[in-house]
Ligand binder design. Structure first.
Ligand code: NCD
Length: 347
């Protein structure tokens, strides 16, 4: 019996450990199938339509959802922020209802506002019967990323049978407060039995995060030898608000900007959560020296996109410990499982 009866996947926080294991177990079956050419009997979404509604940039997530849906036999239509009428003032709710009226079966949505996926699910779930999958809503959740991270850790430590992560410690390093990936990871890993430590400067890893069931630490060097997995996060400059992003003053700046290259202490944007990118990289970046201090079988994850030289060095990103591309590979199987189960429940 399938123990899954949700037409939508909006986040991992409300799910029970059993429900998480149902999703991960289905992903494991699809991961196994991915080694073979697509089989007609596995096209469980044949004749169905999945709409990707991406109002924020994406490389991995959008393509991975498309490949997952196509692999299951569904047709995929894409709407992105650059070509949608949201630019003409249409609300996200109206956009979603219009797409629903065209007769789609599922919507995969990414939006900068926390709660956007839930809003769309409310609008198109009931009467239209459309399944909604959250592909990242603001700082809230990115459930399929949390699942693929859990899958990758389980695979690396021989826990695919039962997905019990008991005894393992995961560190989530960097801009935890702005990260939807971190919220989904904390929910998944703690529910599956792992210990989770969030690490970063107080502005990016505040002690209030402990309400999510994790620990908080501001000193990466003090925990690096204890952890089995490190998930390294990009600094989400785009979510820091006006005056806190790319800074011509030489303060915190997005990589590739004058501020980032300068990497000097802030002189004009005191409210920036990171005083300087160079200082951040020294204190919280995963360098080869730090990676060498990790346990021999410990792994390094990153949701992408990586800013090489900021949150981790290029050497570390390409090292044996890095499982970044394995994560990406698992993303397709995880999304096949999620689309299959949610669309079945929504029928
Ligand atoms: C993340 C996202 O968009 O939340 N990336 C992803 O989906 N793989 C993380 C990020 O943008 O830093």
């Amino acid at each position: 019996m399938v123990e899954w009866n949700h037409p939508h996947l909006l986040g991992l926080q409300p799910l029970t450990p059993t429900e998480l294991r149902v999703l991960l177990t289905r992903a494991r079956e699809y991961q196994h199938d991915l080694a073979e050419p697509p089989q007609p009997e596995k096209q469980v979404l044949s004749g169905r339509v999945v709409a990707n509604l991406f109002f924020e940039d994406s490389t991995r997530t959008r393509m991975s959802f498309s490949l997952a849906a196509q692999r299951l036999g569904a047709r995929v239509v894409d709407l992105t922020s650059t070509d949608s009428s949201v630019n003409k003032g249409e609300t996200i709710r109206d956009t979603a209802c219009n797409v629903a009226a065209m007769g789609v079966d599922a919507m995969v949505i990414r939006h900068r506002s926390s709660g956007a996926a839930a809003l769309v699910a409310k609008a198109v779930g009931g009467a239209w019967g459309v399944s909604v999958v959250n592909a990242g809503d603001g700082r809230h959740e990115h459930p399929t990323q949390g699942l693929l991270d859990a899958y990758t850790i389980a695979e690396s430590f021989g826990r695919l049978d039962g997905f019990d992560l008991g005894g393992l410690t995961m560190a989530i390093v960097g801009d935890v407060v702005s990260s939807r990936v971190a919220r989904s990871d904390i929910a998944a890993m703690t529910a599956l039995g792992a210990r989770v430590i969030c690490v970063g400067p107080p502005a990016l890893a505040p002690s209030s995060l402990t309400v999510l069931g994790c620990e908080v630490c501001h000193d990466l060097d003090s925990i690096i030898e204890q952890v089995d997995a490190v998930n390294v996060l990009r600094i989400q400059f785009e979510r820091h608000g006006a005056g806190k992003g790319p800074a011509s003053s030489g303060g915190a700046a997005a990589p590739g900007t004058a501020g980032a290259r300068g990497g000097v202490h802030s002189s004009g944007s005191e409210s920036a959560p990171v005083a300087s990118v160079r200082e951040y990289a020294e204190l919280y970046g995963l360098s080869a020296r730090r990676a060498e201090r990790m346990k021999p079988d410990a792994i390094i994850l990153h949701p992408g996109p990586i800013n090489r030289g900021v949150e981790m060095t290029a050497t570390v990103a390409d090292s044996q410990k890095s499982v970044v591309l394995r994560q990406v590979g698992h993303g397709v199987a995880v999304r096949m499982g999620v689309l299959d189960l949610c669309l079945r429940a929504g029928r």
